[in-house]
Write a protein that binds this ligand. Structure first.
Ligand code: PSU
Ligand code: MN
Length: 309
């Protein structure tokens, strides 16, 4: 079966790609499993508007009706947001089965990267990537996002890995897999709700143009993806001690409830939302918007370089 029949690119995104204009891929697990309704719908609309305002075309990606949809309509976004956790969460291993079943599914960072590459999109914005879970030495729970970054040539702009994870181990695995980790305007690897994990990024770059230049080099080498850590804006960041304590409580609750596997990340985000009385969601939305703005500027800089060639 040709990829063409599975991949469904919206006319607007297809036009932009054909003309070499800047396009930013956006994921949808954050809509279905990362945030409650209706904040998820509002976030999805605002993020698309931010990408447009910066001169790029947004391409939100999801599985719907047996196709990998690249570029969604407003009614599509509404359907995904309302379906929420009743939709499937599509990681790489789930894609074929969910397409065959014509299921509605949010795509994770891993799956969105895959789809972006198939469509020819080089820049992608999310909130925070998945990584090595705490206790992974026993559970072996390491997000497929890390494997995907090692093999798929797409730049992922995030606010770090979600702080529910074991961040030192996440950086170790990224090193093992050969994924460049860039601090955008920072020496540190950001920690999602806070600006720094206390761990260093591999390299620091301060402008969209500098990132675009590195991406061009990386992609011409065929050496897989690039992770760009863009810290949450100071004004939106949470107090490290407070969020740290809430993460510990949520992890204990997850353990007591016997949560495992792909349910872990959605459960923890929801539990932290409850424990912080919604404050974690306010920060989460702010950091996603900030990532969309930076990703759009990087995509515009990359498109400008490709015209010059
Ligand atoms: N960023 C957010 N919220 C989310 C996610 C990212 O701000 O919900 C999603 C992404 O889709 C990511 C997934 O790929 O969480 C990680 O899930 P897991 O740990 O099961 O691989
Ligand atoms: Mn997992």
């Amino acid at each position: 079966m040709p990829i063409r029949s599975v991949l469904s690119i919206s006319p607007e995104v297809a036009d932009a790609l054909a003309q070499g204009r800047a396009v930013v891929a956006l994921e949808s697990t954050i809509i279905t499993h990362g945030m409650p309704y209706p904040q998820n719908l509002q976030m999805a609309g605002e993020v698309e508007a931010i990408v447009r305002a910066a001169g790029a075309v947004p391409a939100t990606i999801a599985l719907m009706g047996g196709r990998i949809r690249v570029g969604l309509t407003a009614p599509d976004l509404e359907q995904l947001a309302e379906t929420g956790m009743a939709a499937a969460k599509a990681s790489r291993r789930d894609v074929a089965a969910l397409l065959t079943a014509q299921a509605t599914a949010g795509t994770t960072v891993a799956t969105t990267m895959q789809a972006a590459e198939m469509a020819g999109i080089q820049v992608f914005a999310t909130g925070g990537i998945g990584g090595v879970h705490r206790g992974a030495e026993l559970s072996f729970d390491i997000s497929a996002d890390l494997e995907e970054l090692s093999r798929t040539p797409v730049a992922v702009v995030c606010a770090g890995a979600k702080a529910i994870l074991d961040l030192p181990k996440t950086l170790e695995v990224l090193e093992t897999k050969g994924v460049p980790v860039i601090g955008y305007g920072t020496d540190d690897f950001p920690a999602f709700w806070t600006r720094s994990s206390g761990l260093r990024a591999d390299h620091r770059l301060d402008t969209p143009e500098a990132v675009a230049e590195l991406l061009e080099t990386q992609f011409s080498l065929g050496m897989g993806g690039v992770l760009i850590g863009n810290p949450i804006p100071e004004a939106d960041a949470m107090d490290p001690a407070f969020i740290g304590a809430m993460i510990e409580r949520a992890l204990a609750d997850a353990e007591a409830a016997g949560i495992q596997g792909k349910e872990t990340t959605p459960y923890l985000l929801k539990r932290i939302f409850e424990l912080t009385e919604g404050k974690s969601l306010v920060s989460n939305i702010a950091l996603v918007k900030n990532n969309a703005a930076v990703a759009a500027r990087i995509a515009v800089a990359l498109a400008a370089r490709q015209v010059d060639d």
